[in-house]
Design a protein around this ligand. Structure first.
Ligand SMILES: [Zn+2]
Length: 372
């Protein structure tokens, strides 16, 4: 491991250069043309290691590169090419300051992909191969619910020995073994309009019915179990003197377990509307909870051993936000957080990567490639 770590340390400038290349290729979600330019660059970086496959999608291509290992067992490396930032963001925000590089879309998560590519280089530089065959998958739409990426993520995770997600680690550097299931409900609440002055008794007020609904929804929270419900978007009403006949509501849902997801989903759909009004409840959980298995903890132990030899000691974090790891945890032992150490994802002026940790964290990925 020591020579791999040294090789990566000596190449920190080059790792940084590759990160800069990708961050400059800005790739907001839904901009397929821009995302495909990132996929082109990544394909060029990965093709020396294996055969690339591009799956065309209107949200941007899915890039899959398979790299032969010593065995036919497979390990999936998982990343995404899209970012939350519009074009023009890097120009004002990319900057080096001491040990930090401010990189919108770099911390989340182009740097993690680059670190994995350099981990592969480091392994090959030793004249070695990954222990398992690697399915390197980069999806185009993680930031917008992964409708394009999900089928390919699930296809490759099925039967895999492990899935290593290249998103950033927890803020203290811990690896992520559990993520909450995340989703949202869109609700249309409908009543009946009437003149508020002349015949209010003939109206059915959708806002009043929404207030009832929200009261019932909040009762479904279980903070001890980590189940939260956030009615965070509401629109409705046309004029002060018209009994409101339609409200639109969005409710965020987060749960640690599938059981809680099912309990809430059944209950929310069973809420009785106030007389004369209706609830149309759409959607629900988008990403299932990432629940750790026995295999997850065995994988974690391996990662911790490698990290300890490299001089750091990542713990096991459980976090509220979702990632594409949520789709794989049920299919294969999954650990998230093999990407860059830093902070402030989704904050364009503040998102940064810690430069001195690029090499040791990439060496951890290299160790996983050799030992998993
Ligand atoms: Zn991400």
């Amino acid at each position: 491991m020591q020579s791999i770590h040294t090789f990566l340390g000596q190449n920190t400038e080059n790792i940084l250069k590759d990160i800069e290349t990708l961050v400059r290729l800005e790739s907001p979600s839904k901009d397929a043309e821009a995302i495909n330019k990132v996929q082109d660059a990544l394909q060029a970086m990965l093709e020396p290691f294996g055969k690339a496959e591009r799956i065309v999608h209107q949200l941007g291509d899915i890039l899959h590169v398979q790299i032969q290992g010593n065995s036919s067992e497979r390990v999936v490396l998982l990343g995404h090419a899209d970012t939350v930032y519009p074009h023009g963001t890097w120009k004002n925000n990319w900057r080096l300051e001491g040990d930090r590089v401010y990189a919108p879309g770099g911390y989340d998560m182009k740097a993690g992909i680059v670190q994995a590519i350099w981990a592969l280089k480091a392994v090959m530089n030793e004249g070695q191969r990954p222990n398992c065959t690697i399915d390197f998958l980069v999806t185009p739409d993680e930031e917008i619910a992964s409708h394009a990426g999900r089928p390919h993520i699930e296809r490759l995770a099925t039967g895999a020995k492990a899935v290593l997600v290249l998103e950033p680690p927890h803020l203290n550097g811990d690896l992520k073994v559990a993520r909450k299931g995340v989703g949202g409900y869109r609700v249309f609440i409908r009543g009946k309009a009437a003149h508020q002055g002349t015949e209010p008794e003939n109206g059915r007020n959708a806002i009043v019915s929404t207030a009832h609904l929200i009261g019932e929804v909040i009762k479904l929270q279980n903070l001890e179990k980590g189940t939260t419900l956030g009615p965070n978007v509401i629109k409705g009403g046309s004029a002060m003197n018209v009994v409101c006949d339609e409200v639109y509501l969005e409710i965020d849902i987060r749960v640690w377990t599938e059981d809680e997801a099912a309990r809430v989903d059944n209950a929310i759909r069973a809420i009785t509307p106030l007389e004369g009004t209706t609830y149309e409840i759409l959607d629900g959980l988008n990403r299932p909870a990432m629940e750790p298995s026995k295999g997850t903890f065995a994988l974690l132990e391996k990662a911790q051993k490698i990290a300890n030899a490299l001089g750091f000691n990542p713990g096991a974090a459980r976090v509220g936000g979702g990632s594409d790891g949520n789709f794989t945890a049920k299919l294969a032992p999954t650990i998230d957080g093999f990407g860059a150490f830093g902070a402030n994802a989704h904050q364009k002026e503040l998102e940064y990567i810690d430069i001195p940790s690029l090499a040791p964290r990439a060496a951890l990925i290299a160790g996983m490639l050799l030992e998993v």
